[in-house]
Design a protein around this ligand. Structure first.
Ligand SMILES: Cc1cc2nc3c(=O)[nH]c(=O)nc-3n(C[C@H](O)[C@H](O)[C@H](O)COP(=O)(O)OP(=O)(O)OC[C@H]3O[C@@H](n4cnc5c(N)ncnc54)[C@H](O)[C@@H]3O)c2cc1C
Length: 230
């Protein structure tokens, strides 16, 4: 190993914290993964806050993954990682096994309005499955949450229904692009009835769907949008 590589390794070791993989569940075709973690240094007790772990996926490369299904006392959680493309994060998650340690830089937090009452609409792609599960956990499973999520693999649609029967979002196929797929669903929705709308996933889709909702009369402060990947 070169001096440069050793120096990078040492630096990363000093800057990062560790989490232990308790279990890892690949979905059909090894293109989506649930990763159960014990994160001893994390604090999952903050209310109305979605957290992300900035995970080291390659030397000096850190990706955000959303904390879902967390337990405050045991400091455990699940990351849900889409890996149907070629990318450092996708390759990284495919290389992981139970009992491995992963390194992360820090946890980042995003505040959300209280969602345990009112009507909410969630819109996104498969990279946002964990994000929407996290919002549902914060919402104490408010039954008035609905929406649509793009799931390109038909087998993943079945697995999502089977493993998360209360997910409550409609799985829709990827057809003519991310924005177009969501807009085909939204065209039939009375969007004005919602107290808030959350959009997450492909960044272009998030921006375009947000603009479309504003054109349909939704105020900016009712839309919570987060671009995840480009
Ligand atoms: C706050 C935040 C939270 C996030 N939470 C999650 C999460 O819970 N789960 C999750 O899977 N991702 C999540 N992401 C996205 C994640 O951080 C990575 O950006 C994403 O996984 C792609 O990283 P990569 O290294 O695999 O691919 P990259 O090297 O970034 O991209 C390689 C190629 O793959 C394409 N690509 C990247 N992602 C996808 C995708 N999902 N579908 C199709 N094509 C893609 C890109 O357009 C590019 O052409 C989150 C991002 C943010 C900012």
């Amino acid at each position: 190993m070169s001096f440069k590589h050793k120096a990078i390794q040492l630096l990363e070791k000093q800057l990062t914290k560790q989490a232990l993989i308790l279990d890892i569940r690949p979905w059909h075709n090894d293109t989506f993964f649930e990763v159960d973690l014990h994160v001893p240094d994390a604090d999952f007790s903050k209310t109305n806050t979605v957290q992300h772990l900035k995970c080291r996926v390659a030397p000096l490369t850190f990706n955000d993954y959303t904390v879902s299904g967390w337990d405050v006392e045991t400091r455990t959680c699940t990351l849900m990682i889409h890996a149907a493309h070629n990318g450092a994060g996708a390759e990284w998650v495919k290389s992981l096994s139970k009992s491995d340690e992963i390194s992360y830089l820090k946890t980042e937090q995003h505040r959300y309005p209280a969602m345990d009452h009112g009507k909410w609409l969630f819109l996104g792609d498969q990279s946002a499955v964990g994000h929407f599960l996290a919002l549902k956990q914060l919402a104490n499973h408010n039954p008035n949450i609905s929406g649509a999520i793009i799931i390109p693999d038909i087998e993943h649609c079945k697995q999502l229904r089977y493993f998360y029967p209360d997910f409550g979002l409609k799985s829709i196929p990827l057809h003519n692009g991310y924005t177009e797929s969501i807009l085909a669903f939204l065209d039939q929705q009375p969007v004005i009835i919602y107290d808030g709308i959350c959009i997450a996933g492909n960044t272009t889709m998030v921006i375009e769907v947000r603009n479309y909702l504003k054109q349909r009369g939704i105020a900016s402060n009712k839309i919570k949008a987060q671009g995840f990947w480009e």
